[in-house]
Ligand binder design. Sequence first.
Ligand code: AVJ
Length: 349
Amino acid sequence: MASVERSIDWFRDAGRPHRDDRALLASVLEGLRQHPKRISPVWFYDERGSCLFDEICELPEYYVTRTELAILQRHLPEMAARIRSHACVIEPGSGTGLKTKLLLEALDRPSAYVPVDVACEHLEAAAARLRSEHPHICVHPVCADFTMPFEVPDTERFARRAIFFPGSTIGNFDRHEAVRLLARLRHLAPGGGMLIGFDMVKPAGVLVPAYDDAAGVTAAFNLNALEHLNRRLGTDFDPAGFRHRAVWNPIASRVEMHLVSRHRQLVRVGDDFVRFATDEPLVSEYSHKYSLESFALVAGAAGWRAQQTWTDRRGWFSVQWLMPTVEPVTSASDPRTLRSPTSGPPGTA
Ligand code: AVJ
């Protein structure tokens, strides 16, 4: 029975090339052997996790989605002008898609839309909805983990490609990973641009509650990653043995979500066991916060330059239209120049 379930799951994972259960287990184990222990935030997004995330977006404390939506609603005509007509829009980590709907409605005759997401059922449902609302747009969902190489169908070979990367998803990656990912996305849209949203540095008193809400939705979202791991890989995490915690790390300029072990315990992962001490954290997500300067460094190192920036009145969130630079700024890809998020070069704002 287990093997039947597994083979179905495996099909669902077809977008992750060469990643069978064993390779997945090995990568999870690798993270659990680091100090501190880590799992990928990709584990949040099974069906239940995707629904919980939609709930998070409605929380009073979670300003992220609301703030970005307001920026989009206010400036979409300008953004659409940047993207220009007949574009093929590629969206890594597409999710539920209110922002997508607004963007597609604002664009001049978009030719195709390619959502890329790991939550495949969620993805299919969203694609079906979009098709019925926009019969003129070719919708090509790609079920894949966009952090790994994936293919975009090239039926729209002659359309100008634009990447839509909203939601501060880029914040999940540390500076090196972010540079690598943005550089890869640049090759996905040769000559095209990227509309990207990223969250800005702000007081910890605003940031921490956004990731530790009073209703406990984010806690459920965080703990659900363990249930997902258990179901998908047969690990035996006891979700009741962990508690949710959100901390602001000012040095790394990020909110960190932790799953803290309530007591000493042993968790089986494949043929191995992982030991947790009392109060030991398992890091489940980083959510990096940027200044305009620190983001320009990361984008620049990946070969992108901002042509236009939109923000809200409080300066809590930014949306930028990036275009490829002729030459990637090689000095900025030196890890030493990327270490400090607040040390942008003087006079670049
Ligand atoms: C989807 C990565 C942008 O970092 O704010 C929300 C995910 N985690 N609450 C974020 C998230 C906890 C979110 N991103």
